[in-house]
Design a protein around this ligand. Structure first.
Ligand code: NAD
Length: 498
């Protein structure tokens, strides 16, 4: 059976020791093994990365940008192959895998502007003969730990700005779909990145802990579920590292009575069920405001969800594919049962769906609940599957409170024609990313991505200007070049501008 390697020092490296199964979610069969690294391997990767970083950081930013330009070209040239590889391990449909790669590629595009983005600040004549300037310098070796659901986009959110800034990078991808990150590293080397600057260390908690404790890793970017994000944040910060840790989500779509319901329903279908709901910016909760809106919305949602096609990843007609693993499918099914037990109304039950010829695949049909209450565990928890929950609100104020009071605060969307209401909502809601008639408000590459509350630990967001800030540190130089003349008096007072 095929074994997926690490990628260290510029080449694939077969591992030894423990392995983990990599499934094809379409068939339910194990298609490969991935080798799980350990502390010794991580030490080797960090030593290589540390040695390679010096020359890479010394290269001028325009040359580093050229590597990024070429990497972007190679991503485009290899898009089909990458998308098929991604879908075969993740299960999302090919068009969606291309979206996954494209959103990462757009961060690479942003990183191509690094000569401009890294420019510092300068004040001439801050005092007599005194100039002050600040420069941004790379941190050294930095690391990224990524989830299964975007195996191309999220690694690129992290390593594109980190590398462009002159760091070297250790990527610890999800053990569930580990092949695409290795291909990305190969393409980066092909694009001219020096060997050792980008490394992929496969693994699980053992490697994560080794990363968090390693004295030569200066910053760690993490994306995954909230409990792990909080653990990673705490352990890394305690070791003195710069940390940014994005967590889980439970995003709400608020439907005001004046919304264009047909458009909203079309948008909700993709946002709730696309990628089988396995997106941190999915929209698994809809909140119609008022009984009349709820009645009309429910009718339209049922009709639209019933017409969705669930299929294998390579089925060009399928709206979404299987979920990532048998264990995850079981977890989603148990949440559906819990919803019933808690007293929500199960309008559409996605359990028991079987795809002819792929009976062992990890498929679930769309599930829809109505009359879900904020007190229910199925509302409070992230389910991360093709399950849409309707929570009815009587007023705008009640609808605004729901996402604001929820433990997660990643994304939210409001559907309305009323600019006043939308503006008030966007200002007041306690959530990091807001969509106004936009169901999945993942910010473009030159803004930045980050949730609030249990959806994000740390202060700087992913990519955009925040990405550059996270992967650099500022050094401020105050210089004086006196013209000569008499020696100034000794002073024991802190220098001021008085
Ligand atoms: P996960 O938390 O299980 O895994 C994320 C990473 O942490 C993986 O690399 C994994 O190997 C590692 N890990 C797992 N258990 C660990 C442990 N006990 N100690 C140390 N490391 C551990 O997440 P997942 O299931 O791969 O991804 C889905 C989750 O990620 C969802 O909660 C989703 O909302 C979240 N997510 C968040 C964002 C965001 O930007 N906020 C984006 C995508 C996904």
């Amino acid at each position: 059976m095929r074994t997926i390697p690490h990628f260290i020092g510029g080449s694939p490296l077969a591992g030894t020791g423990r392995t983990s199964d990599v499934f094809d979610p379409n068939t339910g069969k194990v298609q490969a093994k991935v080798t799980l690294g350990d502390k010794a391997l991580l030490d080797k990767a960090v030593a290589d990365a540390k040695a390679a970083q010096i020359g890479w950081a010394e290269m001028n930013p325009q040359r580093r940008a050229r590597v990024m330009f070429e990497f972007k070209r190679l991503l485009e040239a290899n898009m089909d192959e990458l998308a098929h590889l991604l879908s075969s391990e993740h299960g999302k449909v090919i068009t969606d895998s291309k979206g996954d790669i494209q959103r990462g590629l757009e961060v690479v595009e942003f990183a191509c502007g690094i000569p401009h983005l890294m420019k510092g600040e300068y004040t001439g004549g801050a005092g007599p003969g005194i100039d002050v300037y600040s420069i941004r310098q790379p941190l050294g070796v930095v690391a990224g730990i990524t989830p299964f659901n975007f195996p191309a986009m999220i690694p690129m959110w992290m390593f594109a700005p980190a590398l462009a800034c002159g760091n070297s990078f250790i990527l610890k991808p999800s053990e569930r779909d580990p092949s695409v990150p290795v291909r990305l590293a190969e393409l980066a080397i092909e694009a001219g990145l020096p060997k050792g600057v980008l490394n992929v260390v496969q693994g699980d908690k053992e490697v994560v802990d080794a990363i968090l404790d390693h004295p030569d890793i200066k910053a760690v970017s993490f994306v995954g579920s909230s409990d792990i994000a909080q653990y990673v944040y705490g352990r890394g910060a305690a070791a003195g590292k710069r940390m940014q840790c994005m967590g889980g989500a439970k995003n709400h779509g608020i439907i005001l009575p004046d919304a264009d319901l047909d458009q909203a329903v079309a948008d909700i279908m993709g946002a709730a069920y696309g990628s089988a709901g396995e997106r941190c910016m999915a929209l698994p909760v809809v909140v119609p405001v008022g009984e009349e809106t709820a009645k009309r919305l429910r009718q339209k949602l049922v009709a639209a969800a019933e017409s969705l096609r669930v299929g294998i990843s390579t089925d060009a007609e399928a709206h979404y594919g299987p979920v990532v693993s048998a264990a995850h499918k079981k977890k989603i099914e148990s949440y559906i049962q819990l919803g019933v037990d808690e007293g929500a109304e199960l309008v559409m039950d996605g359990r028991g769906f079987s795809l002819q010829g792929h009976e062992e695949g990890f498929f679930l049909a769309p599930t829809l609940f109505d009359h879900v209450k904020p007190s229910m565990k199925t509302y409070q928890d992230e389910i991360f599957g093709p399950v849409l929950q309707m929570v009815r609100a009587e007023s705008f104020a009640e609808a605004l409170q729901l996402p604001s009071k929820h433990a997660y605060g990643n994304g939210v969307a409001i559907f309305t024609r009323n600019g006043d209401a939308a503006r008030e909502f966007a200002t007041e809601v306690e959530v990091g990313m807001v969509g106004i008639n936009v169901p999945i408000p993942v910010p473009v590459a030159y803004h930045s991505f980050g949730g609030w509350k249990r959806s994000g630990f740390g202060d700087l967001n992913q990519y955009g200007s925040d990405g550059v800030r996270f992967f650099t540190r500022v050094k401020t130089v105050t210089q004086r070049w006196p013209k000569g003349g008499p020696v100034t008096d000794q002073s024991f007072v802190i220098p001021t501008m008085k």
